[in-house]
Design a protein around this ligand. Structure first.
Ligand SMILES: [Zn+2]
Length: 76
């Protein structure tokens, strides 16, 4: 039964996203791709990276945007 404590701690650290506007935890993910893909400014031949958006499916608020391959944007 001591194992449960370990799992509980892990669950807390992986806390679910919550909408700051309506407090809903029904957060969906959307993807901007194609013409809207993010391309590194200094890497002409790069394919760029799709943009992932976290969207509240209750009120439509966008919690955040991130690229799916952030390592492509590292500046040497
Ligand atoms: Zn919301």
């Amino acid at each position: 039964m001591s194992d449960h404590r370990i799992f509980d701690k892990g669950a807390n650290e992986m806390k679910k996203s919550k909408c700051p506007k309506c407090s809903s935890t029904d957060i969906g993910k959307g993807k901007l791709s194609g013409y809207a893909s993010m391309v590194p400014v200094n890497k002409v031949f790069s394919m760029g990276s799709p943009i992932i958006a976290e969207i509240c499916t209750n009120c439509g608020y966008i919690l955040g945007l991130k690229v799916s391959s952030p390592e492509k944007f590292k500046v040497d």
